[in-house]
Ligand binder design. Structure first.
Ligand code: GDP
Ligand code: IMO
Ligand code: MG
Length: 435
């Protein structure tokens, strides 16, 4: 029995979907434990590309079971759409292979509305001075807020009409005051929410259950479990670049609260590292590169968001950020992705430390006030010109690529577990046996 976690060690979009799909081969159960459809995980299987937002990336493998844990926030419309789209492409989704925790919170239409209202300009009559984060607009933050303030609706509530009505009535009281007052938007009507509940329950009831019991049983039976993280370490609500973060715990520690696994469960934590850095939305990004090199990275890596289509900001690899993720998530090995994208883009740079008030620091400062004062200190590498997509062992890589990987491993402070050299399952150098 082995349990492996896959977590992002940067600002998300490190290639978690590809790696989870690849590792699912040896797993029995794949579990999402946080985030929601702000995630966009891309899987390429032969000529087919799948972009998944809520259903765990392990679903493409027959005979495996997928769970959406209690820590995930679920937009039922998005879930239904994703399940239908997968079914239309021949991926079987049944109550036997897919369960959503009855304790997972529901993203309601008013959460999406609040998310976008906060990110849009206020009506001219209102006082200004707001924070724009560049969220995905999916209602993630407002849903987690309601969870924490105990006004949330959970997936299990969809099956209890009376309770749903009472909780929804309470939840919309404050929202409607905000909508009609501050934001100049129409009220949410309880009857509309009840109609949604009925439709959602009719489709999803067979899939809603006690996901943690399924997880506990699997662990007891000695099954192999893969935990699929969303977002990345620097977007963590506590340890990321607050307030430019998402609203959940994106670290391996989030697995316990978000799935019901106990702290001793994990055998390995695989930290995903894109061979350079990207970020979507606002917030600090010390190694960001503007101009030609940034544009070349964006085009070569097709760095446009899977969820929103927004161009991703691009920059050099930041070993300070990854090293911080190694400490936060107990990363036991690194999965380096998109190394192939760096072909012909040398010389390449890796930030090995920051200078803050004349002092060398090797971990991200906890506050963005200090981060803004940090100057990255770079180490330079020659790079490589060869096509590396056919490499299946380190020996297949040209020396320029090897030197860059050696530098990355040394500076980030964890050994390499795999190197991805293309989007497809097989385009991978596997250095560790995970299951
Ligand atoms: P995730 O959110 O961490 O799952 O990552 P995304 O799916 O949002 O973004 C990663 C993108 O890079 C996707 O389009 C993947 O198909 C692609 N990708 C993953 N690994 C590689 C790789 O090694 N090389 C290249 N060229 N593309 C990759
Ligand atoms: P995956 O799982 C990259 C970013 C948003 C925004 C901030 C808050 O595909 O790696 P939110 O909608 O969560 O309130 O937005 O977090 N963000 C992501 N960036 N990849 C993701 O997921 C992200 N999920 C959220 O762009 O800056
Ligand atoms: Mg993504």
């Amino acid at each position: 029995m082995t349990s492996v976690a896959v977590v992002g060690s940067q600002w998300g979009d490190e290639g978690k979907g590809k790696v989870v799909d690849l590792l699912t081969e040896g797993a029995d159960l794949v579990v999402r434990f946080q985030g929601g459809n702000n995630a966009g995980h891309t899987l390429v299987v032969g000529s087919e590309t799948y972009a998944l937002h809520l259903v765990p990336s392990g679903i493409l493998h027959q005979g495996k079971r997928a769970l959406v844990g209690n820590g995930v926030v679920v937009d039922p419309d998005v879930l239904i759409e994703e399940m239908d789209a997968l079914a239309a492409r021949g991926v079987a989704i049944t109550p036997e292979n897919f369960t959503v925790s009855s304790s997972a919170h529901v993203i309601m239409p008013y959460h999406r509305l609040l998310d976008s209202a906060r990110e849009s300009p206020l009506p001219s009559s209102s006082p200004g001075g707001r924070l724009v984060i560049g969220t995905t607009g999916r209602g993630i933050g407002p849903c987690y807020e309601d969870k924490a303030s105990r006004q949330g609706l959970r997936m299990g509530d969809l099956l209890l009409p009376d309770r749903f009505r009472e909780r929804a009535r309470t939840a919309i009281m404050e929202k409607n005051a905000l909508f009609t007052g501050l934001y100049g938007l129409p009220e949410t009507r309880l009857s509309d929410l009840e109609a949604l509940r009925e439709r959602w329950a009719a489709r999803l009831a067979p899939f809603i259950g006690d996901a943690r019991k399924i997880l506990w049983d699997a662990l007891e039976e000695g099954r192999n479990v893969l935990f699929e993280g969303a977002q990345g370490s620097q977007l963590d609500i506590d340890h990321g670049t607050y307030p430019y973060v998402t609203s959940s715990t994106t670290l391996s520690g989030g697995i316990c609260g978000g799935s019901g696994a106990s702290p001793g469960t994990l055998d390995r934590v695989l930290g995903l590292v894109k061979a350079y850095t990207t970020r979507v939305g606002e917030g600090p990004f010390p190694t960001e590169v503007f101009g030609t090199h940034g544009d070349r990275l964006r085009e070569a890596g097709r760095e446009y968001g899977t969820t929103t289509g927004r161009p991703r900001r691009c920059g050099h690899l930041d070993a300070v950020a990854v090293r911080t993720a190694v400490a936060l998530s107990g990363i036991t090995s690194l999965a380096v992705t998109k190394l192939d994208v760096l072909r012909g883009l040398g010389p390449l740079k890796i930030a090995e430390s920051y200078l803050l008030d004349g002092q060398t620091i090797r971990h991200m400062p906890p506050d963005i006030h200090d981060l803004a004062l940090c100057e990255p200190v770079y180490r330079e590498y020659g790079g490589f010109e060869e096509d590396i997509s056919g490499a299946r062992s380190l020996a297949d890589l040209p020396s320029g690529a090897r030197k860059y990987l050696d530098g990355l491993e040394d500076l980030c402070g964890a050994p390499l577990g795999l190197v991805s050299v293309g989007p497809e399952r097989g385009e991978t150098v596997l250095l560790e046996k995970f299951f």
